[in-house]
Ligand binder design. Structure first.
Ligand code: NAD
Length: 357
């Protein structure tokens, strides 16, 4: 066994069907009284329902801000911070996916108000000390444990309205966190265990959501897997796959989970020759792999009917060179060296929707 160091961030997790009912107790536990609820426009129904429920539990809801956007634009954070101050709110509650969690993190780090998160996608952001923000079309990232929520409530019932198509791409986004955790430069046996259990849970459950979107058990298992994958993301140094997605999402405004989903077979295929042991472990847990992790991933993606080409989610062919240059402009740990011409080829294949080789 290789030597390792083990660090994880402290986190309080409340998991289970109906667990959102424990939110009033959590708000009081952290000595706050006037929460501002945050959501995206599409997830505003969740915030409205939550506000009604909290009022029934005698929580003095300060208001709802429903304008969270993907990639956390600083202009939206400034708008929300004005609302927080004008309504004298003393904590923020994020209900929704990574977009709203990003907004809550950005408000919390700027103002010091605590954040309780109720994730309803599988992005994993609630488990990471990372905040990515966009300003003037450029995405910058900072890592600071102060951006972590003080508590996370995973209630699978609240994911019932998440369309199966979003479950699929968001679930593959979570799998990508765990895949990169397996070969991260700072990985360790505990993180590997979490990563494999997270991938297994999602690979087992996501096809069940696509087959029967109303079925509860797979949604429960998928959210559990997403939590584990988020923990891996928060505690591992990410490599080429996340770097590329960061560049494509932040600088070319491509949708986050879809971009992860399209790129994963290509980035894994690129790194595969340098990670033979991890490829064997992945093949063991991916159904229908026949001993080949890439085949197992391909079978899963086909079952999930996810988008497969960056051109289908808005990337222009003329941006391939720029993206390749940006992704290789800084060196960072990755199992296989970053060779510009091959990274360009990874992006080109993903752009065209070709099969990974
Ligand atoms: P998202 O938060 O934009 O959610 C996707 C869509 O699902 C949105 O339209 C949202 O309104 C909708 N939705 C969410 N929950 C719903 C529900 N219960 N019912 C119906 N609709 C629902 O997308 P995402 O993929 O979760 O997050 C992407 C963002 O998170 C990006 O900005 C990305 O950079 C960030 N992110 C950050 C980290 C980190 O560690 N900092 C990790 C992962 C993602």
């Amino acid at each position: 066994m290789k030597d390792f160091e083990y660090n994880t961030f402290p986190s309080r997790v409340i998991f289970g069907s109906g667990s959102v009912q424990k939110l009033p107790a959590e708000i009081r536990r952290i000595n706050t009284a006037r929460p501002l609820l945050l959501s995206t426009p599409r997830g505003s129904h969740l915030a409205v329902q939550l506000s009604e429920d909290l009022r029934k539990s005698f929580i003095d809801v300060a208001g709802i801000f429903s304008n969270a956007k993907e990639h956390t634009p600083t202009s939206v954070t400034e708008e929300a911070t004005v609302v927080l101050t004008s309504k004298a709110a003393d904590c923020v509650i994020s209900i929704g996916g990574g977009s709203v969690i990003g907004l809550a993190k950005a408000i919390s780090i700027r103002t010091g108000v605590p954040h309780i998160s109720i994730p309803t996608t599988y992005s994993g952001s609630e488990m990471t000390p990372i905040l990515g923000e966009t300003h003037d079309g450029k995405k910058t990232t900072r890592a600071d444990p102060k951006v972590l929520p003080v508590a996370v409530i995973y209630d699978p019932d609240l994911t019932a309205s998440l369309p199966a198509a979003i479950c699929s791409t968001s679930g593959v986004n979570a799998i990508a966190h765990a895949v990169e955790g397996l070969y991260a430069s700072n990985t360790n046996p505990i993180i590997s265990m979490l990563a494999l259990e997270g991938i297994r849970s999602l690979a087992d459950s996501l096809p069940g959501i696509v087959e029967d979107s109303g079925s509860k058990a797979p949604r429960e298992k998928a959210l559990y897997g997403a939590w584990l994958c988020g923990t891996v993301l928060g505690n591992s140094a990410m490599g080429l796959h996340h770097k590329l997605c960061h560049v494509l999402g932040g600088s070319f405004s491509l949708p986050h989970a879809e971009t992860h989903t399209i790129l994963l077979p290509h980035t894994l295929s690129y790194d595969a020759p340098a990670i033979p042991e991890q490829m064997v472990k992945l093949a063991e847990i991916l159904p229908e792999s026949n001993g080949d992790a890439l085949q197992g991933l391909e079978a899963l993606l086909q079952k999930l009917q996810v988008p497969r080409a960056l051109k289908s989610v808005g990337m222009k062919e003329s941006d391939i060179d720029k993206a390749a240059n940006m992704a290789t402009s800084n060196q960072y740990p990755n199992p296989r060296g970053l060779e510009s011409k091959w990274i360009r080829e990874v992006i080109r294949r993903a752009w065209a929707g070709e099969t990974a080789v």
